[in-house]
Design a protein around this ligand. Structure first.
Ligand SMILES: *Cc1c(COP(=O)(O)O)cnc(C)c1O
Length: 558
């Protein structure tokens, strides 16, 4: 038995996530889902909510991204040593895969809040001597490999994780599945509870993050039956996870009493996709302290003491002087521009209107949106200088995402005599933080309705950076036109065809950039700073993970 010194006291909420963004040096995250999980854990610790996190150790990380001159993405392994940050436990559990026993060990990481409250996180690891080489790799690569590999990971996460918590002696009052990857924990719980689905539903909370069917994890029963030989498990999967395919989302929906989407619009879309299920909305948020840059932390400390553990206090921004907001922003902007100029020979300046766009490079995020009409962009730039900073990794198997990065490099080259544009390598939490605090305007142009929530715009708002975004996900709730930022295109309640929406979005984007944003930045500084102030006082005060955790506790956990 491992010695935990008080970690096991009381009942816990077990928070399961395939990825967790602990910090910049532990590369166990790929994007929004992992960063959100990390932010949820950080806020829970600040608020003394007794959580225990469960994830895979992902020893080879996601990947390091290099880009050659043509924008070809080169993927380098991102190995890390768990022993540098956490303790290996001696407790071992077993799951069955392809009829053989696979042994699982665990690492123990402790997140300590500045308040002193600690949250344990269990990272599952199959890389141990007793396992076959093929099984030792299961917990190596985050989102690596094929469907077979993924299902093996999900067996380890869901079933193995549940067994591990029990073997370690945790007493669990709720199991929270952060997306469907951990859905197999429901099967483990059914077996522990005499197949009583009612009991299991009472124990489970399920959060869906994907508004499209194709985004949900699904496995053919050929693969399922190859990996899972136990007849009872096979029967349960067909009963609760779908007849034709194992759909991890269905598993979560059928065996959870509390189900939620991650924004109000996402909840509506999920309810249409899955009629008959009661789906709630808890809109995402970001961890305020983590995503507020050093410069703004100091400013908030001066005007709004206590803001970090009570971010709703950020509503009280009216007393902050315009000049201080501007100076603080310029300090953050200089840090970013220096970073850009250190790494490239672009020679950006501190004064030009700077737009930022960073997120996973993938089709529906539409990173080329701004280049729809390059001549118009040139004309706008002639009236008031703009410069643009991009970043984002494409998943190694996302051919389209990689092509997008190459395309943007071609366009950067085409525009190089007119507009300064860079694509920075290796987008991670650190770069995310620099960018969402250092640009003037944060751009977000996903194709509706594919963005469930989005969170990087909330990070921007915490740093007085103004959002300019398609009305999707969280921005439908956050945008007050011209007050908290600007929308791009029509409201989703308007009835336009897909093609019409695209046209309206492009027109609106260029019109606002030309007639509102560029002149506003250069000629109406006071009005501009009012919107920066409102980004803090009317967005950040609400779109933070403290509010999110409050809602999970009162609506889902209690
Ligand atoms: C915040 C963050 C994301 C998520 O941003 P979205 O706007 O939701 O796409 C992805 N990757 C990193 C590194 C982040 O910091």
């Amino acid at each position: 038995m491992d010695d935990f010194e008080g970690v096991l006291e009381g009942q816990k909420i077990a928070y399961f996530s395939m990825e967790i963004g602990f910090n910049n040096i532990i590369p166990t995250y790929s994007g929004g889902l992992g960063v959100l999980a990390g932010d949820t854990i950080r806020a829970s610790a600040d608020l003394s909510v007794p959580l225990v996190g469960v994830t895979l150790v992902s020893k080879k990380g996601y990947f390091l991204q290099e880009l050659d001159l043509n924008g070809n993405q080169i993927e380098k392994p991102d190995d890390w040593n768990p022993q540098d940050f956490m303790k290996q436990l001696s407790t071992q559990v077993t799951v069955q895969i392809e009829g053989r026993d696979v042994q699982i060990k665990a690492w123990f990481y402790e997140h300590v809040s500045p308040t002193g409250f600690k949250i344990p996180i269990i990272l599952l690891d199959t890389d141990i001597d007793e396992n076959l080489p093929v099984d030792r790799e299961i917990t190596h690569y985050l989102y690596g490999g094929d469907q077979v590999y993924r299902l093996k990971q999900e067996i380890v996460l869901g079933m193995g994780g549940t067994k591990m918590l029990e073997a370690l002696g945790f007493s669990v009052r709720k199991y929270h599945m952060n997306e469907g990857h951990s859905g197999l924990l429901t099967i483990e719980l059914l077996k522990k509870n005499n197949m009583d689905a009612k009991v299991v539903k009472h124990l489970c909370v399920f959060t869906t993050h994907t508004p499209v069917d194709a985004g949900h994890d699904k496995f053919s029963y050929d693969i399922v039956d190859k990996l899972i030989v136990d007849e009872e498990t096979r029967m349960l999967l067909r009963k609760y996870g779908g007849h034709d395919k194992l759909n991890m989302t269905l598993l979560g929906l059928n065996l959870s009493n509390f189900i939620n989407g991650v924004a109000k619009r996402h909840k509506e879309i999920s309810a249409q996709m899955f009629p008959g299920y009661k789906i709630e909305a808890i809109t995402n948020g970001v961890h305020s302290y983590t995503w507020t840059c050093e410069c703004f932390r100091k400013l908030y400390d001066k005007y709004i003491p206590g803001w970090a553990n009570e971010p709703e206090l950020l509503v009280r921004t009216h007393g902050i002087l315009d000049s201080e907001i501007w100076e603080t922003h310029m300090s953050a902007k200089r840090i970013l521009i220096d970073y850009v100029n250190d790494r490239t020979d672009i020679g950006m300046d501190y004064e030009s209107l700077t737009l930022g766009f960073a997120r996973r490079a993938t089709g529906y995020k539409r990173p080329k949106f701004i280049f729809h009409d390059i001549d118009r962009l040139r004309r706008i730039n002639a009236r008031g200088k703009i410069q643009i900073i991009f970043a984002g990794k494409a998943h190694p198997k996302d051919i389209e995402g990689k092509e997008l990065i190459r395309d943007i490099h071609r366009i950067i080259d085409e525009l190089k005599d007119d507009i300064k544009i860079v694509y920075l390598e290796d987008y991670d939490m650190d770069l995310g933080s620099k960018m969402t605090s250092g640009v003037d305007v944060w751009l977000n142009t996903p194709q509706r309705p594919l963005e469930a929530s989005g969170t990087s715009g909330m990070k921007a708002a915490h740093n007085g950076v103004i959002n300019f975004s398609v009305l999707a996900g969280w921005w439908i709730e956050g945008c007050i036109e011209g007050v908290t930022g600007w929308s791009i295109g029509p409201h989703p309640s308007e009835n336009w065809s897909h093609e019409q929406v695209k046209k309206l979005e492009h027109d609106d984007f260029y019109n606002k950039l030309e007639y509102v944003i560029v002149p506003g930045y250069y000629h109406s500084r006071n009005r501009w700073i009012r919107i920066m102030n409102n980004s803090i006082g009317m967005i950040a005060y609400y779109f933070n993970s403290h509010r999110v955790v409050h809602q999970y506790v009162t609506n889902a956990y209690l």
